[in-house]
Design a protein around this ligand. Structure first.
Ligand code: C2E
Ligand code: MG
Ligand code: MG
Ligand code: MG
Length: 285
């Protein structure tokens, strides 16, 4: 009987695997078609300087406008795009669309002449030797200053192969783009590499910001990251800021920039243009 039960379990497991694989295969082919049909779009979320409370940049965040399922979050389909290799094409598309967009905003809104664009680079893209050339081409064609382009690379992607990372980061830095470590605090950074890498900023992971008020350890970690930034002369950006209390804690700790629902959710193109339009240079948000 035990044997029978075991077999049954195995068959059930196989059945589950099969369903899972079919689901993934369908999503994969859907995603490729979605890309071709322009169902992918970019939302933009403001990043605000704490001191003067003005928008210093926008993070480009991809969305999938699915005809049946509605808006699908990147956490659901970026891993698929990475598995299939579609991420290369998709990443290039996000990059060039966002850079061209930034150029237009800088031209159109005088109060935003120095606006920056933050773009997420997948670990798969980061490993590609041609990444640097592609980024250089896109920036040149868009006509923006490389300094207004901020690449967000996760801590774990950087630490996967630190020696290679160092070379890539140095090449990118020669382009004069800005280099940000995303989701900082969730990976395993070696402090000696942090010192060697030519990076400009640390984005404090939103898990620490969420628990800032109630969990003393998160509070201490956030403070430690800000202190680390000061020691290494790096900007610190808090992501996921939702409350006034979190904001005042971050202000006291000396964090430079903030991003989160408290200021604005990620917005589609027309919404973000309204937002940019409404902000004059000396506005207090
Ligand atoms: P991320 O780069 O860490 O982006 C920050 C995430 O936090 C975004 O989720 C944003 O919507 C969310 N967020 C911002 N403020 C708040 C807040 O106050 N509260 C909460 N709860 N969340 C907030 P989103 O847009 O779902 O993106 C998830 C992840 O998908 C991103 O994390 C990034 O790793 C990836 N991603 C998004 N767009 C791209 C892309 O174009 N290329 C690549 N390779 N990855 C992307
Ligand atoms: Mg990011
Ligand atoms: Mg992040
Ligand atoms: Mg993230």
């Amino acid at each position: 009987a035990a044997k029978k039960q075991g077999l049954g379990k195995y068959a059930f497991f196989q059945q589950g695997m099969h369903t899972h694989i079919v689901h993934i295969m369908r999503m994969e082919s859907d995603l490729r078609k979605a890309f071709e049909r322009n169902e992918l779009c970019i939302y933009y979320q403001p990043i605000i300087a704490l001191e003067k409370q003005h928008t210093v940049g926008l993070e480009a965040l991809i969305r999938w406008q699915h005809p049946q399922r509605g808006l699908i979050s990147p956490d659901e389909f970026i891993p698929l795009a990475e598995e299939t290799g579609l991420i290369q094409e998709l990443g290039r598309w996000v990059f060039s669309t966002a850079c061209v967009q930034l150029y237009q905003w800088q031209q159109r809104y005088p109060q935003h002449a120095n606006l920056g664009i933050n773009i997420n680079v997948s670990p798969i893209q980061f490993k590609q030797p041609r990444l640097v050339r592609e980024i250089q081409d896109i920036i040149e064609r868009a006509g923006i200053s490389p300094r207004s382009c901020r690449l967000e690379i996760t801590e774990s992607a950087m630490m996967y192969n630190p020696e290679e990372t160092l070379k890539t980061l140095q090449e990118l830095k020669e382009l004069e783009v800005q280099l940000y470590i995303d989701d900082f605090g969730t990976g395993y950074s070696s402090l000696s590499y942090l010192q060697k890498f030519p990076i400009d900023a640390l984005k404090i992971d939103k898990s620490f910001i969420r628990d800032l008020e109630n969990d003393p350890r998160s509070h201490q970690i956030a403070q430690a990251i800000i202190a680390l930034g000061e020691a290494f002369n790096l900007k610190t950006i808090a992501e996921g800021v939702e409350t006034q209390q979190q904001l005042s804690i971050l202000k006291m700790a000396g964090c430079h920039h903030v991003q989160g629902f408290l200021f604005s959710r990620p917005r589609p193109l027309s919404d973000i243009e309204q937002y940019l339009c409404a902000e004059t240079k000396y506005d207090i948000i």
